[in-house]
Design a protein. Structure first.
Length: 277
């Protein structure tokens, strides 16, 4: 059984707590919404799920209803005892910690692959998704609820307004798509923004061969390009890529950063380091 708005309010009042603005806490208080998220996550008894920012356990309980093994992570030590009281009797494992600084190898040891499902605080969503993709290969897919604008950037395609360096990062490691929208009315407190659900599926291999150019070299060039996104790349990357290297990569020097897909960025980065045949 998941938590209703009145149940969440009562739990917070009983423990003298309130949602933390500093931690970006907005609790989902609609059972239909958390069950919808669990359904879209497509998990069941054979799956191991890690949930970040479990809060009071609304989504945790919905995930446990699917039969999945759930590890729920929460940074707020004031909430952890309440989360334990709600989630552990349902069979979930609760871990107190900061997802940006966890020992993921230790946490996820013994099982692979994992699915990440989370209602991510707006202030950490982008760096957290990027960190998981870069450093936690055991997590094979994610379903994350984030601010709509963040969702658009994570799943953006080239030549769109939302497309940026993080879009290239996601495309390098995974495929991504916005699979649903969530209104402010299902949260406590009610946020001033809409939210969206993004499905991220890790690729079997990165979109650019790391033997040709390392991800570090690639993303450094991508950041440089998007750092001056209004300029043509011949200007934005003047100190990094020569005219001959643009030609070798098959990239027009008059292009702007948002016009290049991840494969084109890979060719350009490889040319810049001289590794193209």
């Amino acid at each position: 059984m998941t938590l209703t708005r009145s149940a969440v309010s009562q739990l917070l009042e009983q423990h003298g707590l309130a949602p933390s603005r500093a931690l970006g806490q907005n609790f989902v208080v609609d059972p239909n919404t958390v069950r919808r998220i669990a359904r879209l996550a497509n998990v069941g008894p054979s799956d191991h799920v890690v949930e970040i920012g479990a809060g009071l356990g609304s989504l945790t309980l919905a995930l446990r209803e699917t039969g999945a093994a759930v590890t729920a992570i929460e940074i707020d030590r004031g909430l952890v005892p309440i989360l334990r009281s709600q989630a552990e009797p349902a069979g979930a494992r609760v871990v107190e910690g900061d997802a940006l600084h966890l020992d993921w190898d230790e946490l996820l040891a013994g099982h692979s692959p994992w699915v990440l499902v989370a209602n991510l605080p707006y202030n950490v969503a982008t760096p957290l998704v990027a960190t998981i993709l870069d450093d936690v290969p055991a997590i094979a897919r994610m379903l994350v609820m984030v601010q709509s604008e963040v969702a658009a950037r994570l799943a953006a395609k080239p030549r769109t307004k939302a497309y940026g360096a993080v879009s290239v990062k996601v495309a390098y490691w995974a495929t991504a798509a916005v699979v649903g929208h969530v209104p402010p009315s299902v949260f406590l407190p009610r946020p001033n923004v809409d939210s969206a659900l993004v499905q991220i599926q890790r690729r079997p291999q990165p979109a650019v061969d790391p033997d040709r150019v390392s991800p570090e070299e690639l993303f450094e060039l991508v950041r440089a390009g998007f750092g001056k996104r209004r300029k043509m790349l011949r200007s934005a990357l003047a100190d990094r890529v020569t005219a001959a290297q643009f030609e070798s990569a098959g990239v027009a020097p008059t292009s702007r950063a948002e016009e290049l897909d991840v494969e084109a960025w890979g060719r350009l980065a490889a040319a810049a380091r001289g590794s193209l045949p």
